[in-house]
Design a protein around this ligand. Structure first.
Ligand code: NAD
Ligand code: UGA
Length: 316
């Protein structure tokens, strides 16, 4: 099968592309190598794909690339390109979010509508940030989205666009709402990566607020598995599915686990809470189980240790 992965040089996109190639698919990946973080990190994410039969890298921006050519004979699109990060999305940076998360998604959907006659699935990488401080926990897909960050607003707008194109043009779309993803290749702005790096360099770990905020951290291989299953799932176009890690874990719990893995006491600096951060995320995964046969498999202790080992091996 010929598959397009957008955002292929990123944390999740590169991990997904490796899995798809090893499953025998022909994968085309596109990425603009945005400057949100160091290009060399993105190049290293692609190291195992370079020169591999069945993988083609296109450097390009979804807002300007010739998408008709990019989509030639593509049967499945995994749309992971985007501007992530909750806390940077205020102020002048907001246009990075509207460009990458809204305009690029709309342009891709238009191109899919016109130039991808063989398409059987369009998967959109949505986000738990659409819920904001949710109505209840575990949050279900039908609960009212009420984002608390400009980033969340743009991810929800992208999801609405996907559903709009599904409803009007029958694009076989599914949106997967990821809950704080972690593991090897995690972005350098995210909590676990920062905490591990700071610990390894014996610097006080930068905690926002008192550390009681809660996430259901989700391991990257579990996210990839759900993407693979979403390809064949029998779902209505425009279906939305939570992918949540299954265990409510506070930032303070993470610090305790990391101290054990690191093997030495951690120094912690507790600063102000970050604007746009929600207090809690946690998703009901019944729908993922029913529609995709998916459940989170990786526990946080082992998953965090794997991310620690990856960073230690990378940085020496
Ligand atoms: P990432 O920044 O590592 O990867 C995104 C990639 O998209 C980057 O390599 C970037 O260069 C590329 N990109 C950005 N704009 C582009 C454009 N206009 N054209 C082509 N490429 C472009 O981020 P990630 O953590 O791997 O996240 C991937 C997707 O999953 C994003 O859409 C993000 O919103 C979503 N998501 C991530 C998480 C998480 O916890 N990491 C959670 C929920 C949703
Ligand atoms: C993550 C991703 O960064 C978003 O792109 C994604 O869309 C979102 O998950 C999601 O689930 O939708 P976030 O939950 O903020 O956002 O992920 P982390 O950066 O790993 O932060 C987790 C927690 O650690 C947050 O409560 C944050 O306040 C805290 N944190 C983060 C710190 O205390 N210190 C830091 O240096 C970084």
């Amino acid at each position: 099968m010929k598959v397009l992965v957008t955002g292929v040089a990123g944390f999740i996109g590169s991990t997904l592309a490796e899995r798809l190639v090893s499953d025998g698919h022909q994968v085309v990946g596109i990425d603009s190598f945005s400057d949100y973080y160091d290009r060399r990190i993105k190049e290293s994410n692609l190291a195992r794909l370079t020169d591999v039969n069945g993988f083609t890298l296109l450097e390009g921006d979804l807002n300007t690339a010739d998408l008709r050519t990019v989509l030639d004979r593509v049967e499945v699109v995994y749309h992971h390109a985007g501007q992530p990060g909750v806390r940077k999305s205020w102020g002048a940076d907001f246009t990075d979010y509207t460009d990458a998360n809204i305009s690029a998604t709309q342009r891709l959907l238009e191109a899919v509508r016109n130039s991808a006659p063989s398409l059987t699935r369009f998967v959109y990488a949505s986000s738990s940030s659409v819920y904001g401080n949710a109505e209840r926990y575990p949050t279900s897909e039908s609960d009212r989205p009420q984002p608390r960050s400009p980033y969340g607003v743009t991810k929800l707008a992208g999801e609405h666009l996907v559903n709009l194109y599904a409803a009007n043009f029958g694009i076989p779309a599914i949106s997967l709402r990821y809950f704080t993803v972690y593991g090897p290749r995690q972005r350098p702005d995210m909590a676990f990566n920062r905490f591990i790096e700071w610990a390894r360099h014996d610097r006080p770990l930068p905690v926002y607020g008192d550390g009681t905020q809660i996430r259901e951290f989700t391991y990257v291989d579990d996210i990839v598995e759900a993407n693979v299953r979403a390809c064949d799932a029998d779902v209505e176009p425009g279906t939305v599915v939570n992918l949540s890690g299954g265990t409510a874990t506070s930032v303070n719990d993470v610090l305790d686990l990391l101290e054990k893995i690191h093997g030495e006491p951690l120094r912690v600096h507790r600063g102000e809470p970050a604007l746009g951060d929600v207090f809690r995320t946690g998703g009901c995964t019944e729908r993922a189980k029913t529609l995709l046969g998916w459940e989170p498999r990786m526990g946080i202790e082992e998953g965090l240790a794997r991310e620690y080992d990856w960073l230690a091996a990378r940085d020496g």
